[in-house]
Design a protein around this ligand. Sequence first.
Ligand code: CA
Length: 234
Amino acid sequence: MTKIFIVEDEAGLVTLLKYNLEKQGYETIVIMDGKEVMPMALTEKPDLILLDWMLPSIPGIDLCREIRKTYELRNTPIIMLTARGDEADKVKGLSFGADDYVTKPFSVPELMARIAALLRRVQPTPVQDNLRFGDVEMDFAKRRVTRGERAVHLGPTEFRLLQFLMEKPGDVLSRESLLKSVWGGSIHVELRTVDVHIRRLRRALNEGGESDIIRTVRSAGYALDLNACDDEEL
Ligand code: CA
């Protein structure tokens, strides 16, 4: 059974989420205090976390970062729930490791669709056991990415992005096509979100001081390129 954490301190919203998620067949665990999230997550290993931004004890954004840094939890999909609607906060939420972001008040069917889409894209459906590009290797059985000898730690969204790029090495992929393949066509995600995740992917791939293999092609998209030396922003 798919286990979802509802990390939220507004009782009314908790009731609404719990009711709707259970109706969809998910198992839910409610956590209302930020400090309980990490210990509970380590024991319960949730399949997805709905994470409120404003929480008692520890803010959602700090928890988000903590989850991504914790080896056992690093691949856990996170959807941030927040009353803040502004673009800067959204980008901040995503850059701290959230996979998606919903602004309160949100429509329940839309949130359910996003949860389903996110769960779908974290289940890898590889055509091969592994993919290789230059010194980067993706091992789907182990769900591991390495660059040379170094392990590259990626969140689920970056993992899917890299998979898609590696399935078509050298091709310039538009942000629209990346959105469609990685996020699913029916979900409304802004094109800028792709850039945020590409930035995170690039950072993780180059963390050891290696050369950049993701080429930004102005107004066209992104491509894997062994000689990607330009770093133009779209
Ligand atoms: Ca709150």
